[in-house]
Design a protein around this ligand. Structure first.
Ligand code: BDR
Ligand code: CA
Length: 313
């Protein structure tokens, strides 16, 4: 008997790699997308919301979408150098086919979790603002969440400061609440996502698939690689898609369980995800930390995913 699809809530700040994560999720029969929510991250909340709706139109994602919030304590931190002025430069996207629903992201997520017959999995690929606010407002819903498969952090190092990864740095207080929530966490941090490289020699494989989604993904890859080339990456790290790959193809990943918490102050370590590698804190592990990936299998997964899309967009 085939397994029931995992019900998922996508929450992100698209963003090239968020968009590719959603492409992978929408292509996979292993997942059922119940809702989509935007958060402030790569760009302002207005821009990430618009991008989310356009990506949904491109991919044919048929689910309610709601606009999320801005960081709990800090300011928005748009990064046009990485994702462009629109937050998703590099390809022409269709106009949105729907408007955000009225309730804000937190309330849409709560409604969806409450009405799902099965516990859900949340897949955050941006700052954790909405997820933290969800459990602050509705702590009773924690038991209805199977796990949180997130892109964020890094045990070994950061990418926005020496210690902090971008998604955690934008809203460290929210991240801390999520890591301390008691919900099982699957963490696709920089330890693994910087190995999830799609290299220039792979771009042609995706473009050659030829449908509109494949061509758009190839355009996104070329744009996203431009920034990473300046940082000496040999390809484009598709960080956010690892949080989805961990659900649909876990066998290509290596994992280690440990306790992880988030530093919310300090001169050098604000936003650092501190992993208790040797169990010296005495805390039980709260996180399955992804550490390695079969890069070629990851690229194959993306190629197979774009093939599932048709000609119409
Ligand atoms: C994260 O930051 C964003 O630019 C990407 O979309 C990803 O979620 C990587 O640090
Ligand atoms: Ca992102």
């Amino acid at each position: 008997m085939s397994k029931q699809p995992i019900p998922v809530l996508l929450d992100g700040d698209p963003g090239h790699d968020d968009a590719m994560a959603w492409m992978l999720a929408a292509a996979s029969p292993a997942l059922k997308i119940l809702s989509v929510t935007s958060c402030s991250g790569n760009q302002t909340i207005e821009k990430t919301t618009n991008n989310a709706l356009r990506v949904m139109a491109l991919l044919g994602i048929n689910a309610p979408m709601a606009m999320g919030g801005t960081p709990m304590l800090g300011k928005e931190m748009p990064v046009p150098a990485v994702h462009g002025a629109s937050g998703l430069d590099g390809a022409d996207l269709p106009e949105p086919k729907q408007a955000p629903v009225d309730p804000p992201a937190v309330e849409l997520m709560a409604q969806v979790i409450r009405s799902s017959p099965d516990p859900v999995t949340i897949v955050p690929t941006g700052p954790l603002t909405n997820v933290a606010a969800l459990f602050a407002a509705h702590p009773e819903l924690k038991s209805r969440v199977e796990r949180i498969s997130l892109m964020g952090g890094g045990i070994a190092h950061g990418n926005w400061t020496p210690a902090a990864e971008f998604n955690i740095l934008v809203d460290p207080e929210a991240a801390r609440l999520v890591f301390q929530s008691g919900i099982p966490i699957l963490m696709a941090g920089l330890d693994v996502t910087e190995k999830a490289l799609v290299c220039p020699e792979d771009f042609g494989r995706i473009r050659a698939v030829g449908n509109p989604v494949a061509v758009t993904v190839a355009d996104w890859l070329e744009f996203f690689y431009q920034f990473h080339k300046t940082m000496d990456y040999p390809g484009a790290p598709i960080h956010d898609a690892v949080a989805v790959a961990a659900l649909v193809k876990p066998e290509i990943l290596t994992v280690r369980e440990m306790y992880v918490d988030v530093e919310v102050s300090g001169d050098y370590c604000m936003g650092c995800t501190v992993g208790d590698w040797h169990g010296t804190s005495g805390h039980k592990p709260n996180t399955r930390v992804l550490l390695d990936i079969d890069r070629e299998a990851f690229v194959d997964l993306l190629v197979e995913a774009v093939k599932t899309y048709g000609e119409v967009r």
